[in-house]
Design a protein around this ligand. Structure first.
Ligand SMILES: [Ca+2]
Ligand SMILES: [Ca+2]
Ligand SMILES: [Ca+2]
Length: 231
């Protein structure tokens, strides 16, 4: 409400006052990895250099492939090992050996498994027999590090169970596990030399031996090397 003097008398009028709030005065309004910019009626968060938008926060890593859309139509499949992928849920626990896969989300790659939808039998399996490979669509390397979860493979199947990073048609990094363990563990590739390049991920199951299957999930790109983390 405002007061005005008009030819010696006071009139009163209701004036709508809009006053911008500077949301950026609030500490960490955009989180510690972002810069806040006040705007009229709002504000804007911009990830600092080297950080990636992940929902409403800026993180040091962002997800490239997590299989949560359970759609492999953009991937190239050879052979039969990957025909029933991705796998839904903690399918391993549906069998008598109570292994864990340590997958993230609901969907992951497991070439022993045969449960490509929640309606299929819990614990369903195709076994170690099928062989093949699965090659991703192209993605750009924007960080220093690629991290991923990988499991299975064992002495007999090693090194025919592996993940590969392909650039320009060449395999520039690979990872075998020899873990003899279904539970996926985090592994990584230093890709500092390949910043800005287009790459592909290839998962290989070239084994029908015992433990001749690959488990894989959650490829992400990270701004920092592990040795840089928390520095
Ligand atoms: Ca504002
Ligand atoms: Ca996943
Ligand atoms: Ca196999």
């Amino acid at each position: 409400m405002g007061n005005e003097t008009n030819q010696g008398r006071v009139v009163r009028s209701w004036v709508k006052i809009t006053q911008d709030i500077n949301e950026c005065q609030e500490e960490l309004r955009c989180g510690k990895n972002a810069t806040c910019t006040n705007t009229e009626g709002s504000f804007r968060c911009t990830c600092n250099i080297g950080y990636y938008a992940d929902g409403y926060i800026c993180t040091e890593c962002y997800t490239i492939f997590d299989f949560e859309d359970h759609d492999l139509s953009n991937w190239t499949l050879n052979g039969t090992a990957f025909n029933n992928q991705p796998t839904y849920g903690d399918n391993l626990s549906g069998r008598k050996h109570k292994f864990e896969s340590n997958h993230k989300g609901d969907w992951w790659i497991g070439t022993y498994e045969n449960r490509s939808s929640p309606s299929e039998p819990f614990g369903g399996q195709q076994g170690d027999g099928p062989q093949g490979s699965m090659t991703s669509p192209s993605f750009q390397i924007t960080g220093k590090l690629l991290t991923f979860l990988i499991g299975s493979g064992c002495d007999k199947s090693f090194p025919n169970i592996r993940a590969e990073l392909i650039i320009g048609g060449e395999v520039v990094r690979n990872k075998t596990t020899k873990a003899c363990d279904e539970a996926m563990k985090e592994e990584s590739w230093n890709v500092t030399d390949y910043a800005g390049k287009n790459a592909q991920l290839r998962l290989v199951d070239n084994s029908s031996e015992e433990w001749g299957h690959i488990n894989f999930d959650h490829l992400q790109a990270c701004h920092k090397l592990i040795s840089d983390m928390d520095s």
